[in-house]
Design a protein around this ligand. Structure first.
Ligand code: ZN
Ligand code: ZN
Length: 330
């Protein structure tokens, strides 16, 4: 195989373009993966829309990659041909800065990200740094594993900052439906908020185990202990603050959000807090994968052929379909 199919972002704001690209070869410390499946994430939409500043185009997007090692670069001993691995958003960190040295590599200012600074998994092959991938069981379903690599892992990181028994989830897509499963496993109650009038997603949330599901501009029937915002809508921040009890936390889990409107201090008073969650560490990824079995994590995946990446992205943007979108290469 000398050429591969890839869906390429060539111009901000334009659909991805199907291209035949030369198959890349791994440098020292890297491996080439034959891509089996790759999840589609809202961050991909933010990159396409030009809302993240650093994408050098053309770029192959996709940062929830499940693949099989097809070529091993010099010096790689931890992986071998045929191994099944998962590739997350975090592609590389400096390893020596203040953040890297204190188990906060997610905040490394030199960090590089998959499908953003480096070509990702919307292709038949990709090159990854062997130190930043996760070994997956050979028998695991690529379609089932892919959504865990961002929606699951960054969702898990957000969940760790959202303490308490009554958890609100604003946005019930790929991350929301996985975090709901984790939180149910922890014995917590889920209150799911969707776009106003999205009764189908509200019904889906109840199926997943939500105690209550309703429109994002409504107050839940009880005060929440914490809320996680997966929807990239700043106007939800004051709504979520109004829904959490004294001492509660509102966690903004997306990489980009529209502006947060001014709100009265009364909403923050009584030790409520607002915080963001940025990226993930490799430890987050390992912990989430270890939890997936015991928590019976079961992504609801909508499968699209690689060539239909634009349809998958359009459906995500429009909120069509439940769960997580996953591209498959064959
Ligand atoms: Zn993502
Ligand atoms: Zn660093």
């Amino acid at each position: 195989m000398n050429v591969m199919r890839a869906m390429v972002l060539e111009q901000v704001g334009a659909p991805l373009v199907a291209r035949q690209l030369a198959v890349p070869h791994p440098g020292p410390g890297e491996v080439r993966l034959a891509v089996d499946a790759c999840g589609v994430c809202r961050t991909d939409l933010h990159i396409i829309d030009g809302e993240l500043p650093d994408a050098a185009l053309p770029r192959v997007l996709g940062h929830q990659v499940v693949g099989t090692v097809a070529e091993v670069g010099a010096g790689v001993t931890a992986l071998a041909w045929g191994d099944r691995v998962g590739v997350p958003w975090l592609a590389w960190t400096c390893g020596s800065c203040h953040y890297c040295a204190s188990e906060r590599e997610n905040l490394c200012s030199a960090a590089r990200f998959t499908g953003y600074h480096r070509d990702g998994g919307f292709a038949e092959a990709c090159i990854v740094d062997a130190r930043y991938v996760f070994r997956l069981p050979a028998a695991a379903s690529p379609v089932q594993m892919a959504p865990l690599l961002c929606a699951g892992m960054i969702g898990y990181r957000a969940l760790r900052f959202a303490a308490g028994a009554r958890l609100g989830l604003y946005g019930f897509g790929a991350a929301g439906h996985l975090v709901a499963q984790l939180a149910r496993h922890q014995g917590r109650e889920i209150y799911a908020f969707t776009r106003p009038g999205d009764l189908a997603t509200q019904a889906f949330a109840r199926e997943i185990g939500a105690t209550w599901a309703g429109d994002s501009d409504r107050r839940p029937p009880v005060e929440l202990d914490a809320a996680i915002l997966f929807a990239p809508v700043g106007a939800l921040v004051p709504l979520a603050l109004a829904a959490v009890a004294p001492g509660g936390t509102v966690v903004c889990a997306g990489i980009h959000m529209s502006d947060i409107p001014a709100f009265p201090y009364q909403l923050l008073w009584q030790e409520r807090s607002v915080r963001s969650v940025a990226n993930l560490t490799r430890a987050d990824g390992r912990e989430l994968l270890a939890l997936a079995g015991p928590a019976h994590l079961h992504p609801h995946a909508r499968v699209y052929p690689l060539a239909e990446a634009n349809r998958a992205l359009d459906d995500l943007r429009a909120g069509r379909g439940d769960g997580a979108a996953v591209l498959v290469t064959r």
